[in-house]
Design a binder for this molecule. Sequence first.
Ligand code: C2E
Ligand code: MG
Ligand code: MG
Ligand code: MG
Length: 274
Amino acid sequence: FEAKANNQSIRLFHQDIHHHLTRSLEIEQGIKRALEQDLFELALQPKFMLEDMSLCGYEALLRWHDPILGTVRPDVFIAIAERVNLGKVLDAWVLNKVFEQIHLWRQQGYDPKPVAVNITANHFADAGLFKLVQLCARTHEVPLDCIALEITEGAAMGNSPVIIDNLRAFRQQGVKVAIDDFGTGYSSLGYLKDLPVALLKIDKVFVQELENSRTYGLVNAMIAMADAVGLEVLAEGIETERQRDILKRMGCDQGQGYVYAKPMSLKEIEKSLA
Ligand code: C2E
Ligand code: MG
Ligand code: MG
Ligand code: MG
């Protein structure tokens, strides 16, 4: 009986892996198709100052509703894109779209707050990144400091000197770089002190657990530490007024989350500009 049960579970296990690989391959091919057929869309989520609730920027978030695959979540397809070397192509698509949109808005007389673009993991170690951003800005005749960038902790802590070169080049041009999902990686605090970045984004897992006294202490310490090394700090995933009030009392500078605004379509953002 035991042998039979094992065979059964091995078969299920194989089916599972098979299904997983098939899905990954479908998504990989889907990304290429979506790029060719222009199926990706951007949503923008506003960022606010906790002090006075004033708008201080946006974050660009990819959306993909595929006619064959259905809606694919960005954390799913971004991870696959990174694995199969499509990360840089996606970044280029988002950057181009963001600069194009800012150009259109500026033409209409609007002066939108900076739009932050998420950059895939390996791209910050590529010497071509700064040139790519510069080229996008020139092509659409938009000043570089109309955008900002977000990179994950792991990507910022990599040991390539190119990462620092890129960070310095962006800083010089007034492009603020944020460390995204802060607290979930393995950053060395000593390293952080010397990193030319402007903002720490505290991951939403901590914000959602603020009622837990240890998490509360941890978030409090992160905010104090950011302040001590001269970085701005933003809390992501704020869903309740209570979370917002606690973070404000802790001295957190900025916030983002459903309590303020969900990610919105470009059309909705345009209405809010007008
Ligand atoms: P992220 O950069 O940390 O983005 C924040 C995520 O939290 C977004 O999920 C956003 O929709 C979600 N969020 C915002 N407010 C709340 C809230 O109050 N509660 C909760 N529960 N969630 C909230 P999304 O859009 O599904 O993106 C997931 C991740 O996928 C992003 O995490 C980012 O790592 C990646 N991603 C999304 N768009 C892009 C992109 O254009 N380029 C790259 N490289 N990565 C992207
Ligand atoms: Mg982000
Ligand atoms: Mg984040
Ligand atoms: Mg996150």
